[in-house]
Write a protein that binds this ligand. Sequence first.
Ligand code: F0G
Length: 409
Amino acid sequence: MAPFEMRCIVCGKVHDMDRPAYACTSCGNLLEVSLDIREAKERLAKSRFGKRALSVWRYRELIPVGPKTKVCSISEGGTPLIKCDALAERLGMKSLWIKFDGTNPTGSFKDRGMTVGITKAKELGMKTVTCASTGNTSASLAAYAGLAGIRCVVLIPEGKVALGKLAQAMMHGAIVVSVDGNFDQALDMVMRSSNKLGMYVLNSVNPFRIEGQKTAAYEVCDQLGGVSPEYLYIPVGNGGNSAAYWKGFTEYEELGFASGRPMIRGIQAAGAAPVADMLGRGLDELVPVAKPDTVATAIRIGNPANWRKTVRALKDSGGGASTVTDDEILSAQRLMASTQGIFAEPAGAAALAGLIKDLEQGRIDSSSEVVCVSTGHGLKDPDAAVAQCKRPKAIEPTVEALERLLGEL
Ligand code: F0G
């Protein structure tokens, strides 16, 4: 087998990696890149990575782009795995880590996938790239398309994208199209128009996006000294990132570079929880949520395109899915910011909210080794932050006024 092959996740049909493709030409299901582990083991020794800095491209030999291809990169990945002692103490846990992917160049994990996706777009000679987005994908795609000199068209749900993300997409020079509908409708438009309009789709249905995102799992194992955590908590929207982590953990273990794989707990917002609902009810198919709603606009998705991939990850890992309310998300966001110094956007606090709920409900032991993924930076969504905090206290510009105020508190 070649080092990499692109196959359908359901029927296994092999597809040409040198042509734009997202779905199987036989059965319509999504595609994924598979890595020939035996071949990769022969090609690689772990020491190969050792000298390189932690980053997406540290793992270049495990990423399916040509060895001579010039990569489009602005230093993505290599994000901190923060040991959260203060937070662990508050929650009565022995230890807790947060993988803060909000520290990527455009402030979310999307950059991991986008550096690979745009590099692939260049390899394929694409002239226009596109995505539908709740905000972060569009911000990231716009940045990388600008870097690569490729035209970028992003479709966003009208009025439901956080201000910082909108500012990014516009500043990076994308053609920003506001659709009078939700994310699911915008993604449907993208998928139906891309071939006709000659646009390469860089939503997470694109298998090369997942190949970049899987490096986060490699990093977690390397940062923990070659072992996987017991649990990984992660928000689920369109379902790409949770699937990417599972793929990364699986490959790294099979390569012999890490021991063990975590149970993946996928966390959804209660108003947009088709995956949790499906697993909770033991269904075989996803029932889309027609009108998804949550303060965590990044994961305001009712019909996740990657549902088969994420369900496989959650089930195969022995983890599962659960839901958190908007109040629980916001409370976790404040707790993370005020006790640990980590400012995440609401979706980036959903995993912690899920962990807190699992602890309260006795679903997980407080001595478990847990990594929570925080997917996006808090500065992305200033409105959501300001709306839940007290306004600044206004005083006269005198020392007495300040003294009086502090005395009253
Ligand atoms: N967290 C953040 C901050 C996100 O932006 C997203 C997805 C997710 C979690 C969920 O990841 O879709 O792979 O399950 N945002 C997409 C976007 C949909 O358009 O920016 P997922």
